[in-house]
Structure formats: C-alpha cells, structure tokens
Design a protein around this ligand. Structure first.
Ligand code: 13P
Length: 255
C-alpha cells in the first residue's frame, strides 16, 4: 500500500441511497470495526438527510461520518444547500468535494471545488477532493493531463499544512463494475503523490490518496496493495455492512 506515514482510510459514499432504516447498517459497521485493528480510519458519508442520525448512531465508535458536498458560503440565501459549518455542527468530520457526479450533474468546476475545499477548512472539516478522467479522456491518452489539471485547480493554496484527502476515481469505473487495472491505478497515484510533493513539500507523505471505482471485497486486496494507494472511496459496496467491513479488513491487512 504505502511506505510513508499515511494513515489509510476506507470511506463509504452512500450517494443518494438510504432511508432512516439504513442506520442499522451504521450500527453494524460501528460494531463490526471492533474486531479489526484500528490501523486505518473508517468513514461513511450518508445523504444529508441521514447525517445527523448516522453521526449520533456512530458516536463512541471508531466510525467517522461525513457529508457528500457542501456550499462554499457559511450561510445565506442558497436554497437547498448545506454549509460546511452545518456539517461540522452535527459532529461530522469529513466532506466529499468535487465528486465526478457533482462535476457532471451540477456543473462543478475545479474553481468551485477549490472554494468548497476552503469552506471545509474554515469549518474544521477534512475535505476529500475527487478527481478522475472520463473514458473519452483516457482513450485520448489524456489521463495524466486531466487529473493533473483537476488536482492543480481543485486544491487551494490554503491547503498547505492542513489535513486533506485526494480520491482518484476514474469516471468509467464508477458504478460500472469495470475496475481500473493495478497498473492504471499505480500510474495515477504515483503522479498525484509527485504533484502533491512539489506543491506541498513535506506534506505529501501524510495525505491519503484513495482509489474509487467498483472497489468490492473481491478486488480490494489487490487494489490496496498498489503503492501510493492509501485506501478506498467505495460506493455500492459501502451500502452493505458485511461488504464494507470486508474491504476495511483487506485494508488493514494490506498494511
Ligand atoms: P462505486 O464503488 O459504486 O463504483 O462508486 C465509486 C464512487 O463513486 C465512490 O465515490
């Protein structure tokens, strides 16, 4: 996985899934974590509607909670939006920013992502900044160029000295069952580490770089063994406690 000082992270992104009954899954994950080493962090980001209840359910356990998006402003006339301060107020500690589904469905540019990342820092949250190329971009041989541009534009200069996470999620691997090969993942993760090292000297080996895109219990060990892969951002497989815990177990044993 990695040789530096990075603390691995297994993060679940529930996307627009889960009603109040889904808190049973949270309780199961929180309890299940007790049987494993605490060598990695574990996080679930439910939809905003469940964040309060989920955070309450996870209290006292090793399971952390986070949101899937935030507005860049602290408060104001932004109907339907949620601020980073509101997320922190619930006791959640992370926020996913710039997921490809938000970049595609809500026209979020890297500039917007950088402003939201600033908001996360302002509120004391750890942002998980997402980057990743489309199939068209990969087939055109532009993967490294695209992720480098997204990385440069999405992480504000104020990130220096602050805790943040980068998630590499190739768009074509999300929800498709098509997993990036270990070679493809390794190439991008190495590049991300290199860019972070140039931009934030001394900090790159403390910044977790997660892989996301069809990570499941049966492919997690292989993906997590790749150098510079410090964990995963998991969609579908995070909805089932058993599967999510199996990925966590693969992560702590890959260490
Ligand atoms: P899947 O694991 O369902 O492919 O989703 C990945 C993802 O987009 C997590 O943010």
């Amino acid at each position: 996985m990695e040789s530096g000082m990075v603390r691995p992270l297994i993060a679940g992104n529930w996307k627009m899934n889960g009603l109040s009954s889904a808190c049973e899954t949270i309780a199961e994950v929180a309890k299940g974590l007790e049987q494993y080493s605490d060598a990695a962090d574990c996080l679930i980001c439910p939809p905003a509607t469940l964040l309060s209840k989920v955070t309450e359910t996870a209290k006292g356990s090793r399971l952390k909670t986070g949101a899937q998006d935030c507005h860049s402003a602290a408060s104001g006339a932004h109907t339907g939006d949620v601020s980073a301060e509101m997320i922190a107020d619930l006791g959640a500690s992370y926020v996913i920013i710039g997921h490809s589904e938000r970049r595609a469905d809500h026209g979020e540019t890297s500039e917007i992502v950088a402003a939201k990342t600033e908001a996360a820092f302002r509120a004391g949250l750890t942002p998980i900044i997402c980057i990743g190329e489309t199939l068209e971009e990969r087939e055109a041989g532009r993967t490294i160029e695209v992720v480098s541009e997204q990385l440069a534009g999405s992480i504000p200069a104020s990130a220096f000295g602050k805790a943040f996470v980068v998630a590499y999620e190739p768009v074509w691997a999300i929800g498709t069952g098509k997993v990036a090969s270990t070679g493809q993942v390794g190439e991008v993760h190495d590049k991300v580490r290199e860019i972070l090292g140039e931009r934030f000297p001394g900090q790159a080996d403390q910044t977790p770089i997660l892989y996301g895109g069809s990570m499941k219990p049966d492919n997690a060990a292989e993906l997590l063994a790749v150098e510079n892969v410090d964990g995963g951002l998991i969609g579908g497989a995070s909805l089932k406690a058993e599967d999510f815990l199996a990925i966590y177990a693969a992560c702590v044993s890959a260490k």
